[in-house]
Design a protein around this ligand. Structure first.
Ligand code: FNR
Length: 384
């Protein structure tokens, strides 16, 4: 049997295999940022600049990666960020990732625009299932989506607030993928060569459109699609967040915060955590590297709310860096999809293994027994 640690020792090995295996438009959708990919590149560069000063002579140590968030025990401080159109990158990827997450004891956050429903994913994810909401304008539609997530066992809700409108995503357009225009001719020609994708994409589209049609007030495909884009390309207000807070009984996380003032606003509106992110560099190319924006947000919240972090994590050492800078929990988006697209369920498992094993290694190298030990004063050095 092939040892996956030899075949795919790093996330970039999984990415290279994914690129070979999946249609070009699906790869470009997964891998791209926006505009010049500058924010995406900055995420990595900024993480690489953070140096942690290790301590030695600490005797035998077995790092403990476990942590508690919203009263739930997790085996490691790394979760799977919501990724939309998931089934287009690998048919059935949501169920694979949810299964990896449940066995690994880490959260799996299902996207509003995934290819599987909360009812399908909930039982697979078990206690590890979270749900991400793109805020629909219609409160009836919002309540319907929320009750489906809750009844499927997802008790943590993530409200994504950093998509005021769809970003330009030039690489995706070049590859023939345009969400607003629906399925383009180039995309169809890619899909035609891969029947599994044709099926997954169509099923995804049909399931989503059938759910939305009852609110759109039309069965006409173009009309439903227009309604869908308009409903979800929505920049929610503070009042919207407050209404959602009143509606949702579980933990509520606000995702896509970079400014400390916005973290405080989320806190005042009753959020249970703030998720610091620049959406993996996919929305605003002039945005700062997410890790650069982390310390001011941590300072503003002063430990009153947990801070979740994503954007650019590719190594366990990045998780150690973010936690050293004050994050309580980290997430990764692309790495788990690279894994599933490279080698199915085993690839998803391998992505989680790479990140957790390297975190264990980083903690041992740094001289940290627990995640809290990573916050050792004076240990963070920044390279110019
Ligand atoms: C995303 N992201 C995202 N976020 C969200 O709240 N809802 C969504 O549906 C999606 N969809 C999505 C699709 C794809 C292909 C990617 C790569 C990302 C953002 C995601 O949750 C997360 O913030 C970033 O992926 C983090 O950056 P890394 O880990 O990919 O560098």
């Amino acid at each position: 049997m092939v040892n996956l640690d030899d075949k795919f020792p790093s996330i970039s090995d999984l990415a290279a295999a994914a690129k070979r295996r999946i249609p070009h438009f699906a790869w470009e959708y997964l891998d791209s940022g926006t505009t010049a990919d500058a924010a995406m590149t900055a995420n990595r560069a900024a993480l690489d600049r953070i140096r942690l000063l290790p301590r030695v002579l600490k005797g035998e140590q077995e790092p403990d990666l476990g942590t508690t968030l919203f009263g739930q025990r997790y085996d490691a401080p790394i979760g799977m960020a919501p990724v939309g159109m998931t089934g287009v990158m690998w048919p059935g990827a949501e169920l694979m990732l949810a299964d990896t997450a449940r066995r690994g004891g880490v959260p799996y956050c299902l996207s509003t625009v995934a290819a599987k429903t909360p009812e399908q994913v909930g039982p697979v994810a078990g206690d590890m299932g979270w749900f991400q909401l793109y805020p629909p304008r219609s409160h009836d539609l919002m309540r319907d989506v929320l009750s489906r997530a809750w009844n499927s066992g997802m008790k943590v809700l993530v409200l994504t607030v950093d998509i005021p409108r769809p970003s330009r995503r030039e690489r995706q357009r070049r590859a023939g993928l345009s969400i607003q225009a629906g399925v383009s001719r180039q995309m169809l020609s890619h899909v035609a060569r891969r029947p599994a994708w044709a099926l997954a994409t169509l099923r995804h589209g049909n399931a989503t459109l059938a759910t939305i049609a009852k609110y759109a007030g039309t069965q006409d495909l173009a009309g439903v699609r227009k309604y869908f884009v308009n409903e979800f390309s929505h920049n929610p207000s503070l009042a919207y967040l407050e209404a959602l807070r009143a509606e949702w009984k579980g933990a509520l996380v606000v995702k896509g915060v970079l400014h400390p003032e916005d973290a405080l606003i989320a806190e005042r509106a009753g959020a249970d955590a703030v998720w610091l992110s620049n959406h993996g560099g996919r929305q605003f190319d002039a945005a700062p590297a997410a890790i650069t924006a982390l310390p001011p947000v941590v300072q503003a919240l002063g430990g009153r709310l947990p801070v979740l972090f994503d954007s650019g994590i590719r190594y366990g050492g990045d998780i150690a860096r973010a936690i050293a800078l004050g994050a309580d929990f980290c997430f990764a988006g692309r790495p788990f999809l690279y894994g599933a697209a490279a080698a199915g369920q085993a690839g998803a498992d391998q992505a989680l293994h790479i990140l957790t094993d390297d975190l264990r290694n980083s903690m041992a190298q740094f001289g940290a027994q627990t995640l809290t030990d990573l916050r050792r004063p004076g240990a963070i050095l920044m390279e110019a």
